[in-house]
Write a protein that binds this ligand. Structure first.
Ligand SMILES: NC(=O)c1ccc[n+]([C@@H]2O[C@H](COP(=O)([O-])OP(=O)(O)OC[C@H]3O[C@@H](n4cnc5c(N)ncnc54)[C@H](OP(=O)(O)O)[C@@H]3O)[C@@H](O)[C@H]2O)c1
Length: 301
């Protein structure tokens, strides 16, 4: 019989993140059932009051909300893809906090629905030691009714829970999109660190400068997002041609200074393609049209 007690949560997967999730639930007075492929990892949690399920199916059967946090969807499918789990699933909300792709989230939702369960897809934008803080961000998408049922649990995991709507792939898509932003910034940061160290400037001080300008640039990117969303590329903040010159200057300075120039040369080449396509006097966000047109012409990498 399904317990309707929303104070009961099962956690499947007790790696670094799953163990932390189970621990913070215990700390908040939840009755927690846990299961992990390697049973030994459950021991500290059992000492703190968790119930160890003998199988994944019995963990699924034990609570109305089942949190899954394993390495990837392949592992999820291995754990949940049994007849026993299928018959234990009906009426439950599967809160999938395993990192995956938007398509994996959509497939997961169909799979869960066929078994009478809801699939809510979440992305944790924090490390285990940062969980349960008021600013810990968790993106979540899927059926709104399932979100409402599991919202108190998600808020235990992180105070900044963002429900992105019923399209179940959205959380994973925004996880990827923000990751893209981070890695783009990371490449630029590392090139900047080479500029700093070859010019005899402390890289730690450079890091502090970057931290200080980041909120301002966050606002700038927010504006560029609204430009792309509106489709109006009239210059409103920053003309694309400024970035053409800035990225070329970066590449040139790298060549002059004898440091690796791959990152600015790539960026500069990209902006030059935007100029060649006639976007020079538009807002810098017009760069997105270079990506779109290469996709249409089948030249996307
Ligand atoms: N750690 C982070 O900073 C962080 C941040 C955000 C999101 N996440 C996401 O959270 C998820 C879990 O990460 P983690 O840091 O907890 O990873 P982890 O410490 O490496 O733990 C991996 C978990 O997956 C299980 N697993 C792997 N392959 C399996 C399989 N074939 N069958 C059954 N279970 C399997 C492991 O079980 P065993 O113990 O038996 O090996 C373990 O419970 C990942 O999707 C990750 O992207 C992590």
């Amino acid at each position: 019989m399904i317990g309707n007690n929303m104070n009961e949560v099962s956690v499947i997967g007790l790696g670094a993140m799953g163990s932390t999730l189970a621990q913070v639930l215990l700390g908040n007075g939840y009755r927690v059932t846990v299961w992990n492929r390697t049973t030994a990892k459950a021991e500290p949690l059992v000492r703190d009051g968790a119930v160890l399920a003998q199988s994944a199916a019995s963990a699924v059967g034990a609570s109305p909300i089942v949190v899954v946090c394993v390495l990837d969807y392949k592992a999820t499918n291995e754990i949940l893809g049994t007849k026993e789990v299928a018959s234990a699933l009906a009426g439950r909300v599967l809160v999938q906090l395993t990192t995956g792709s938007p398509q994996e989230a959509r497939d997961g939702e169909v799979w869960a629905r066929e078994r009478g369960a809801d699939h809510l897809d979440g992305a944790i934008l924090a490390a285990p030691s940062q969980m349960a803080r008021p600013d810990t961000m968790i993106l979540v998408s899927g059926a709104e009714s399932a979100f409402r049922r599991s919202e108190p649990v998600l808020k235990v995991f992180g105070g900044n829970v963002k429900y992105l709507g019923e399209q179940v792939g959205s959380a994973s898509a925004m996880d990827l999109a923000t990751l893209s932003y981070v890695y783009g910034g990371m490449l630029g940061f590392i090139h900047g660190a080479r500029i700093a160290e070859t010019e005899g400037f402390g890289v730690d001080q450079y890091g502090s400068l970057v931290a200080e300008i980041s909120p301002t640039f966050g606002e700038f990117f927010q504006h560029e997002g609204t430009v792309i969303q509106s489709g109006n590329y009239e210059v409103s903040e920053s003309p694309l041609k400024i970035s053409v010159e800035a990225t070329e200057r970066l590449a040139q300075a790298a060549r002059e200074g004898g440091i690796n120039s791959e990152i600015p040369t790539f960026a500069s080449g990209f902006f030059k393609r935007a100029v060649a396509a006639g976007y020079e006097n538009e807002e810098v966000a017009a760069l997105i049209k270079v990506l779109r047109s290469s996709e249409e012409s089948g030249k996307a990498a």
